[in-house]
Design a protein around this ligand. Structure first.
Ligand code: GUN
Ligand code: FE
Length: 439
């Protein structure tokens, strides 16, 4: 058998810190170990105990003093928008028309798509992200390019072809029928291949006709286990536009509801301006919201009320998302810092345990993968990130005064960047090592 032990400070979640309190939400071993066999976690615990159990022959990766946790989960991101990051001076609709659509047009070229997909995956791994729910472009080639680039890493990724048959440039539109046909072929080709999963991806209500949304609903019904991802209620101008385009729907979410696009494995980006009715429907259907804090700030969309989403009788499934290229960073630390700052503006201080839960197991739960990824526990796929808690002089100095794990985590989410990601593992295989070049 193929066994490996990863040793260091080990963090495991035991409960949802939003629901059961941050005190009881995790276990921590300062000298812990994660034992992996054939890509799956066998055991997690005190190093002295477990290493004695597994015997002397097992290979050990020693990360003494560094923090090991589940790989990060990015629940909403656009790989073709790597080159749109940091586009100046526009809000959502103008930002799409002026920057995003022209960039996405380039992904008709499969070689180009392959190049950007590779870059995107490398950058994700450099930031400790092991699972992403990814929007490709309208071109099926962009989807093949993405899954092909991800395959060698064996990552558990979700991706799909953007469906868009109106209100976009001609070079970026499909039709209701071609979106259905192309998506179906891509599902057959990629869904369940290794750990890859497919996500139907109607971009958002304004860029799909009723016929296309209906086709998406039909296809989703026909393909159990497939994901469904889109945007909802991100920007005020967008809300008014949706109301105009779909006069018979009572609200924005009502459009997706009408076409059977809500339910488990539906991931809705943003959700800033959801009404009470819409939130109740999201909870009831088991749909999830992807919180995109850096994007919401950068495009000037608004402040998602994370606390309210959790402090209700029927808490919403919420994951964290970078939303590149509306978002400004593939760093989960930067994304959590923005989430913290947004919460602060709403008089809620996002606790670091809650924050890292959101970035791992909470994200996995929003994707209905919380029995497979998002935690370090027996039976879980061994996707892991190793965090160097003293990656810069500033952080090292600040860490001298950190009194516990909670403070150490908070310092990381406010101050750390990709330099803190020492290694990233996919199914027990180290696929990124920060210091590889120097060894
Ligand atoms: N709404 C529709 N498309 C997009 C997109 O690409 N990014 C963001 N942030 N919002 C969208
Ligand atoms: Fe988005």
């Amino acid at each position: 058998s193929n066994r490996l032990a990863i040793r260091g400070q080990v963090l495991q979640f035991t409960a949802d810190p939003f629901q059961l309190g941050t005190e009881n939400a995790c276990r921590f071993w300062s000298d812990g170990v994660v034992v992996v066999e054939d890509g799956v976690i066998r055991s997690v615990g005190q190093a002295s105990d477990l290493l004695a159990d597994v015997g002397p022959d097992v290979e050990v990766h020693d990360y003494a003093g560094r923090l090991i946790m589940a790989g990060f989960v990015d629940t909403h991101v656009h790989y073709p928008q790597m080159e749109v990051i940091a586009s100046y001076g526009a809000q959502l609709i103008e930002w799409l028309n002026d920057y995003t659509f022209p960039a996405e047009g380039r992904f008709r070229d499969r070689d180009y798509a392959a190049k950007v997909a590779g870059l995107f995956l490398q950058e994700s791994l450099r930031n400790g992200i092991t699972t992403s729910a990814v929007y490709c472009t309208v071109h099926p080639e962009s989807v093949d390019a993405f899954f092909e680039a991800a395959a060698p890493y064996g990552l558990r990724v979700i991706a799909g072809k953007v469906m868009m048959d109106r209100n976009a440039p001609d070079f970026l539109t499909d039709t209701a029928q071609s979106a259905y046909d192309d998506s179906k072929i891509l599902i057959e080709r990629w869904h369940g291949k290794g750990r890859a999963l497919y996500g139907l991806t109607p971009r958002f209500a304004p860029t799909s006709t009723d016929a296309q949304l209906e086709a998406a609903g039909t296809l989703w019904q026909e393909t159990p286990g497939v994901y469904m991802q889109t945007h909802v209620s991100e920007n005020r101008q967008e809300l008014a536009w949706v109301a105009e385009l779909f006069p018979d729907c009572s609200d924005y979410l009502g459009v997706y509801e009408k076409y059977g696009l809500l339910g488990p494995r539906c991931v809705l980006g943003h959700g800033i301006y959801l009404s009470e009715r819409e939130k109740a429907v999201i909870a009831e259907t088991g749909s999830a919201v992807a919180h995109c804090p850096t994007s919401n700030l950068f495009i000037g969309s608004g402040l998602f009320d994370l606390a309210a989403s959790q402090q209700r009788a029927d808490p919403l499934r919420v994951g964290l998302a970078t939303d590149i290229g509306g978002g400004t960073s593939l760093s989960i630390f930067a994304t959590l810092r923005a989430a913290y700052e947004i919460a602060q503006l709403q008089s809620f201080s996002l606790h670091p345990i809650q924050a890292f839960y959101l970035a791992t197991l909470g994200g996995a739960k929003s994707l209905y993968l919380d029995d497979k990824i998002g935690n370090l526990a027996p039976g879980y796929e061994a996707d892991m990130v190793v965090i160097d808690l003293k990656s810069t002089p500033m952080i090292t100095q600040r860490m001298e005064h950190a009194k516990d794990l909670t403070e150490a985590l908070f310092i990381q989410m406010i101050l750390a960047d990709d330099r803190a990601i020492e290694a990233t593992y996919s199914a027990g295989r180290r696929i990124y090592a920060r210091d590889a070049g120097q060894n």
